[in-house]
Ligand binder design. Structure first.
Ligand SMILES: [Zn+2]
Ligand SMILES: [Zn+2]
Length: 330
C-alpha cells in the first residue's frame, strides 16, 4: 500500500485543471485581456493608426521582448550585449505580460531539461490544450521551482526588480497610448489604441508564444533524430513567433542564436541579432559547429550529444526535486 502511494506521487500532476491550484490573478489577467481584445470587433473601435501601432508592438514585445531577449539572450545566452541594453530589451519582454524574466527563463530551462517527459511544465504529451495554455493558469506546478533554474538572473538586482514589477510597464504604456490617442483624436481614438495596441496585441503574442510549446511539439518536420523529445520545425509558427518555430533545430542546438538553420528556414530574430552586432550592440554570437548543421533535406542528422542550454547554468546544475527525480523503486 505504501509502495503504491509512493509511485503515484512520483509522477507530477499534469494535464487537467486542478481547481484548488489555480492562480486567479493570472486567470483574471489573461481572461481580462482576451475580453478587452474582443472590443476590436466593435464598430467604431477600428483605427488604422491603432492597427499599425498594434503590428509594431507585436514585433517589439513578441519579437524583441520574448524571442530575442527572454529566450535567446536571458535563457540561453546566445549572444552578449551591454547591460543597459539588456535592461531595455527586458522591459520589452515585460510588456508581453508573460511573467517576469526570472520566472519565464526558469520555466523554459526546465522545459529543455525535461522536454516531453512527465516533468515537462508544458508538454502537449499531457494534452494539446495543457501544453498550449492550461499550464499557465496554475499557481504551482508540481516539481517546478522556476527561480532555482535561473539563479544567474537572480544575482542581478535590475532583473530581480523587473521580475517583481514586470506588470508595471504595460500599465504605463496603456496610459500613455490612451493619453496621446485622446489628445490627437478624442477618447474614442485613445480607446481604439488601447484595444488594438495593448489588448489584442498582447493576446496575439500570448498565443504565438504558446504555439511554440504546443504546435511545435506536435506537427511539422524534424532535422534531427528524436532523442526523447518531440520538438518539430513548423513554418507558420516560425512566421508568427519571429523564428521560434524552427523548434527542432533549437532543441538540438539550444544555445545557437540562429534557430533557422537551412536556407529556407527564415528567422527574423537571427537577422535582428546580426544587425545588432553590426552596430556594436551584440557580440559573441553563438552558432552550431559546421559539422553539426542539418544534412540533406529529408534526412535526420544525429542530435549533438552536448547541447548545453546556457553557458551559465548547464542542465546538469539545474536542481531537480529529489522526490520526483528519484522516485522510490517499485
Ligand atoms: Zn520545446
Ligand atoms: Zn529554448
Amino acid at each position: 500500500m505504501t509502495e503504491t502511494n509512493a509511485v503515484v506521487h512520483a509522477k507530477p500532476r499534469r494535464g487537467g485543471i486542478e481547481w484548488g491550484n489555480l492562480s486567479w490573478s493570472v486567470i483574471i489577467g489573461i481572461g481580462g485581456m482576451h475580453l478587452v481584445a474582443l472590443g476590436a470587433f466593435l464598430p467604431g473601435m477600428f483605427s488604422l493608426s491603432g492597427l499599425l501601432l498594434g503590428l509594431v508592438l507585436v514585433w517589439v514585445t513578441g519579437g524583441i521582448g520574448i524571442t530575442l531577449c527572454y529566450h535567446r539572450l536571458l535563457t540561453h545566452r546566445s549572444f552578449k550585449t551591454p547591460k543597459w541594453f539588456e535592461y531595455v530589451l527586458t522591459i520589452c519582454g515585460c510588456l508581453a505580460w508573460q511573467g517576469g524574466p526570472v520566472t519565464w527563463v526558469g520555466v523554459h530551462r526546465l522545459h529543455h531539461k525535461h522536454s516531453d517527459s512527465d516533468m515537462d511544465p508544458h508538454s502537449p504529451q499531457h494534452g494539446f490544450t495543457w501544453g498550449h495554455m492550461l499550464w499557465t493558469l496554475h499557481d504551482k506546478l508540481e516539481g517546478i521551482v522556476a527561480k532555482d533554474a535561473a539563479k544567474d538572473l537572480l544575482r542581478d538586482r535590475g532583473l530581480r526588480l523587473l521580475d517583481k514589477y514586470f506588470w508595471v510597464p504595460q500599465f504605463v504604456l496603456t496610459a500613455v497610448l490612451f493619453g496621446i490617442g485622446t489628445a490627437l483624436g478624442g477618447w474614442q481614438l485613445g480607446l481604439s489604441w488601447v484595444v488594438w495596441a495593448v489588448a489584442l496585441r498582447t493576446v496575439l503574442v500570448f498565443h504565438f508564444t504558446w504555439f511554440v510549446n504546443s504546435a511545435a511539439h506536435t506537427w511539422g518536420y524534424q532535422n534531427y533524430e528524436e532523442t526523447g523529445e518531440k520538438s518539430t520545425n513548423l513554418w507558420w509558427v516560425a512566421l508568427v513567433s519571429f523564428g521560434e518555430g524552427w523548434h527542432n533545430n533549437h532543441h538540438a542546438h539550444p544555445r545557437s542564436a540562429a534557430h533557422g538553420l537551412r536556407w529556407f528556414e527564415f528567422d527574423l530574430t537571427y537577422w535582428t541579432i546580426k544587425a545588432l552586432s553590426w552596430v556594436g550592440l551584440a557580440h559573441t554570437v553563438v552558432m552550431p559547429r559546421e559539422d553539426q548543421m542539418p544534412g540533406a533535406v529529408g534526412e535526420k542528422a544525429p542530435k549533438p550529444a552536448t547541447s548545453e542550454t546556457t553557458a551559465i547554468d548547464p542542465p546538469t546544475t539545474i536542481p531537480t526535486p529529489v522526490s520526483l527525480a528519484n522516485p522510490p523503486a517499485v
